[in-house]
Design a protein around this ligand. Structure first.
Ligand SMILES: [Zn+2]
Length: 191
């Protein structure tokens, strides 16, 4: 007998057991087991009765619920869909983060802008963010920012990542440049 197309639906949505399926199709439950294995259909266990309360009232994240019941986050997501509960964004990293602001992060101290970019080689591994200035520079110049170089903001506004405002420079030259600028500013002010 050919595997029915609605196997997933019957097993996962309508929650028929293997035995019921074997009776329905007049086959052995071993065959049902093989079908499920072939189609990678996995039962996700019983949906906890307090799921809605935990998720909607107590505002536990899917990650936290997964820990409570020792299941994967995927399973929790599946439970929510089955119960018709609209899921909130995950409290994880990146776009799923509940505090996600388009991946832009302005450093409060320096004013430099970082963006979410997990695969960039200059990415801060803990935060998965890279300086936007680097991305803009690389896009403008159509090449990688060479190792050992950083980006200087010509107008000294670290939030201004316009291509015309960015200059590649080594950290030591950068330090000199800023010390020089400070001196000039002081000279201007005192004259
Ligand atoms: Zn600078």
């Amino acid at each position: 007998m050919k595997k029915p197309n609605n196997l997933r639906e019957l097993y996962l949505e309508k929650e028929l057991t293997r035995k019921e399926l074997s009776e329905l199709f007049g086959i052995s439950s071993r065959t049902v087991g093989n079908w499920l294995k072939d189609s990678r259909i996995k039962k996700t266990g019983n949906i906890p009765s307090n799921l809605k309360e935990l998720y909607c009232s107590k505002k536990l994240s899917q990650e936290q619920i997964a820990k409570v019941f020792q299941v994967s986050q995927q399973t929790v997501g599946h439970w929510l869909r089955k119960r018709g509960i609209k899921s909130r964004p995950f409290a994880g990293k990146g776009p799923e983060h509940s505090q996600w602001k388009g991946g832009k992060l302005v450093d409060k101290r320096t004013g430099r802008v970082r963006v979410y970019c997990p695969n960039h080689r200059r990415t801060n591994k803990r935060k998965n963010k890279v300086f936007r200035a680097i991305l803009v520079w690389e896009k403008t110049h159509k090449k990688r920012l060479p190792p050992g170089y950083i980006i200087h903001h010509k107008d000294c506004n670290p939030g201004n990542d316009h291509p015309s405002n960015l200059q590649k420079i080594t950290p030591s030259k950068h330090r000199e440049l800023h010390i020089g600028m400070k001196k000039n500013a002081r000279a201007r002010n005192s004259s």
